[in-house]
Design a binder for this molecule. Structure first.
Ligand code: ADP
Ligand code: MG
Length: 238
């Protein structure tokens, strides 16, 4: 299970309203991509779903349960950040297991989950290394592995490929797509890259200045953009 409902979520920082009433329904197992220009509120919305930021008003529901005021650890989510956010002093294995240990997961279960996740992401050779001894692509795979071992209902990705070079971007994108095919988990993925959005999404949510411009399947948006903004954003190559 991993459905998500966002009800009239608004967010202001001081006098500036950066989310102006967002409504969205995501089905269990869906891959939904938020796209929009820099500063339109994508990360803020993702952080509100994760519980890393409070909404000014509105509600977030996961599997029908209101989690608006629940801490991140109680939401069944795991997030992958653009900057990987790994602990530099911990090994890959310890980076992956830390959250599980904190949650009181038994050691044998941790071992089993790390074995399965590192096999899925080809991380076995790196488990004893520290992040500084890895390439950018390997670090991002570790960050994905750390999310994976938590077996979340909902995966949140915030521009996970932005710090990778072009070839690695394609590989890592394919790995994320494969992961979704295998796990059938709900994934919410933020990017400002149209190609990532078009290739990964079941549905794309186009955001602009804190509002949803259009929601639809990639080809639906491509063929029938609701307005010039969507047409320009989805239609124009980079
Ligand atoms: P995106 O991820 O789409 O680039 P963000 O969600 O990061 O956009 O930011 C949306 C707007 O909110 C931006 O104008 C940004 O400067 C502002 N903002 C984000 N976080 C904060 C914060 N903690 N304090 C003040 N303003 C913020
Ligand atoms: Mg952002």
């Amino acid at each position: 299970m991993g459905s998500l409902k966002i009800e009239n979520v608004k967010k202001s920082f001081g006098p500036v309203e950066v989310l102006k009433g967002i409504d969205l329904d995501v089905k269990d197992g869906e891959f939904v991509v938020f796209v929009g220009p820099s500063g339109c509120g994508k990360s803020t919305l993702l952080r509100i779903i994760a519980g890393l930021e409070d909404a000014s008003s509105g509600d977030v529901l996961i599997d029908g349960q209101k989690v608006t005021n629940a801490p991140p650890s109680k939401r069944g989510i795991a997030m992958v950040f653009q900057t990987y956010a790994l602990y530099p002093h911990l090994t890959v294995r310890d980076n992956m297991s830390l959250g599980l240990k904190q949650a009181g997961t038994p050691a044998a279960e941790i071992d089993q989950r790390i074995a399965a996740s590192s096999a899925m992401l080809s991380l076995e050779p790196y488990l004893k290394r520290r992040p500084a001894e890895l390439s950018g692509g390997q670090r991002q795979r570790v960050a994905i592995g750390r999310a994976l071992v938590r077996e979340p209902k909902l995966f949140l990705f915030d521009e996970p490929l932005s710090n990778l070079d072009a070839a690695l971007r394609v590989n890592t994108r394919l790995e994320i797509a494969q992961l979704h095919n295998r796990l059938k988990s709900t994934m919410i993925y933020v990017t400002h890259d149209q190609v990532e959005a078009m290739t990964l999404a079941d549905r794309i949510v186009v955001l602009n200045a804190g509002r949803v411009e259009q929601v639809g399947a990639p080809m639906e948006l491509y063929n029938k953009p609701a307005n010039l903004f969507v047409a320009g954003f989805i239609g124009s190559p980079k």
